[in-house]
Design a protein around this ligand. Structure first.
Ligand code: KPL
Length: 302
């Protein structure tokens, strides 16, 4: 078994390290020879800092344009990039290759499921928080948990988890993926735009000054989920959001990291999706709409 990882950012690196630590061969699919050179300079090792402990995990690297076959593919690109990134390596996928999409946002998974209907396809979500300290050097900011479930029949026939994932040492739970994707979407819609606009780590959302906005935001998201026939959590979304903010207190959300690095954010696949579903169901979501507009404006796309 050999997993290739498409999207070697913070989450891709974290799971490359976790798979490697479970004794599974891993190759990062890199976009440029420069990136491969950076990895070489680190003796082809990913460094993962967890508190005082630092794990050095050997990984190999290939360029996306290389031609070798791929039997197991983990996709951790940004949501808006995933369809194009998948197309770019499609010719390398072996028949029956297992594909796992582990990304924020909602909607792109179903699009990929249509295009890659002949391959076993799983989707997953993770609440693990991780920061990139330098190229291929990561710092864990919250252990979190990872939930995975089959997106199509071909995957369901292979098993609840793709090959090797039951061997990972951190929590990987087989799940009803549709509900899990909505749950993660709801958490990201509550935490990511606010932390990005405030330029504050997740834990700062626990401060009383943000409670009214966070409460209203969560209520809107719950109303949209319910209109779409989704029940989110057994307790209120706000409680879950506060728990994740506490568990990943030091973490800067992925949207804040994107902002800081001048990258495009996943706002369209997160808050944009919530607002579009609200419109479809005739619901008002003023707090989400305001955050969407503010993030889009800050991205320079308004
Ligand atoms: O998924 C995340 C993200 O930053 O995108 C959370 C869970 C909010 C952790 O930061």
């Amino acid at each position: 078994m050999h997993w290739h990882i498409l999207g070697a950012g913070a989450i891709g690196g974290l799971f490359a390290a976790r798979l490697g630590l479970a004794g599974i061969d891993v190759s990062l699919l890199l976009r440029s020879p420069q990136r491969r050179e950076q990895l070489k300079q680190q003796a082809n090792r990913l460094s993962l800092q967890d508190g005082d402990r630092v794990e050095e995990v050997p990984v190999s690297a290939e360029l996306i344009d290389d031609q070798g076959p791929i039997s197991h593919l983990l996709v951790t690109t940004k949501a808006y990039d995933s369809a194009a990134a998948m197309e770019s390596i499609a010719s390398r996928l072996q028949p029956g290759a297992q594909i796992l999409l582990l990304q924020n946002g909602y909607g792109h998974q179903q699009q990929i499921a249509q295009t890659f209907a002949n391959w076993p396809l799983w989707a997953g979500i993770t609440t693990s928080g991780v920061r990139r300290l330098a190229p291929f050097q990561l710092k864990l900011a919250g252990e979190g948990e990872t939930r995975i479930g089959p997106l199509n029949q071909a995957a369901a026939l292979c098993g609840a988890l793709p090959d090797g994932w039951h061997r990972l040492k951190h929590r990987v739970i087989a799940t009803d993926i549709e509900r899990a994707l909505w749950q993660k979407l709801a958490i990201n819609a509550a935490i990511n735009p606010l932390t990005a606009l405030l330029d504050r780590p997740n834990g700062d959302l626990l401060e009383a000054q943000y409670r009214p906005q966070l409460t209203a935001l969560c209520q809107e998201i719950e109303a949209v989920a319910s209109a779409c026939g989704q029940s989110l959590f057994d307790n209120p979304l706000l409680d879950q959001v506060l728990k994740i903010a506490e568990d990943t207190a030091e973490n800067r959300s992925s949207m804040l990291e994107d902002f800081s690095a001048g990258r495009r954010t996943e706002i369209d696949q997160i808050t944009g999706f919530i607002c579009a579903e609200a419109d479809r169901h005739g619901l008002e979501t003023p707090v989400n709409r305001e955050l969407l507009n503010a993030v889009v404006y800050r991205q320079g796309r308004a």
